[in-house]
Design a protein around this ligand. Sequence first.
Ligand code: ATP
Ligand code: MG
Ligand code: MG
Length: 281
Amino acid sequence: GHELGGRYEIITRIGGGGMALVYKAHDILLNRKVAVKILRQQFVHDEEFIRRFRREAQSAAALSHPNVVSIYDVGQEDETHYIVMEYVEGQNLNEIIQERAPLQVDEAIRFASQICDALEHAHHNQIIHRDIKPHNILIGKNGRVKVTDFGIARAVTSSTITQTGSVVGSVHYFSPEHAKGINTGEKSDLYSLGIVIYQMLTGKLPFLGESPISVALKHLQETFEEPRIINPYIPQSVENIILRAMRKNPNERYASADEMLRDLETCLKPERLKEPKATFN
Ligand code: ATP
Ligand code: MG
Ligand code: MG
C-alpha cells in the first residue's frame, strides 16, 4: 500500500469534523501507532485554511505536557496536508458522557484536574485553547487525559474574531464574553471547563436552545439549574468549583487555571469526597 510521507501507513478513520479527518496510522520508521490528522480535500487550495491548519499544529507543538497530545510531525505530500500526533487508545470524553454520565464524583474530578493542569500549562505558554469540550478531551485506557484540537487556539493577545469575522468554537461551551465576540482570555477556557464538569456530573448541558444564537444568549443572560439539584451526590465543595468557573463575569471566576486546579485537588483528597451530612462523636 501507499505510505504517507514515505512513512505513515493509514489504518482506519477515527474521527474528524468540518475541517479535517483523523486516522489511526502506523509509523513504519519508529514502528508505533500514531494519529494522523488530514486537512479535508475541499480546503487544500485555500491558503487561509492551510495557514489555520499549520497554526493548529504549531500551537499544540509549543506545548509539552503529559495531558496535552504530543505533536510528532507535520507534512505535505502533493495536496495532502497532515499533522502526525500521539495516538491515544481509548475514548473521547463525549463518548464516555453519552455512555455513562453522571460519572462518579472522584472520576470526574480526576478528569477535570488533568484538563485544568493542561490548561495551566497552555496558559503559562500564552496559548488559549478556546474549544474546550468533551469531543476534544481524549481519555486513554489508563484514565490519563489528553487535551487535543488546538484548531482555534490563539495567543493570549489576539481577539476571538477570525479574519472572516465569524465567532468560532462550540456554542454550548462558550463563555459569555466569547459569545459576545470579545475579550476571550484564559478565563474563557475555565468557563468551558466548568461546563464540562457540570456535564460530567449531571449528564446534562446547562444551556440548550433551538439555535446557536439562543444558546449564546443563555450564556449571557440566563441562570442554570444548580448541579446538586440534578445530582445530590455532588458534594457542596465540588458544586462551588463549578459555580465559580461558570460565573458570567470573568472577574468573578478563578483568577487562573492554577487557582482552579488547587481547588480541584483539594476535592481529590478522599476525606473531602465523602462529605458527611453531620458529624457524630
Ligand atoms: P475539525 O477541525 O474538522 O472539526 P476536529 O478538530 O474536530 O476536526 P479533532 O477534534 O482533532 O478533529 O479529532 C476528532 C476526533 O478524532 C476526536 O474526538 C477523537 O475521537 C479522535 N481523535 C483525534 N485525535 C486523536 C488521537 N491523537 N488519538 C486518538 N483519537 C483521536
Ligand atoms: Mg475537535
Ligand atoms: Mg478542530
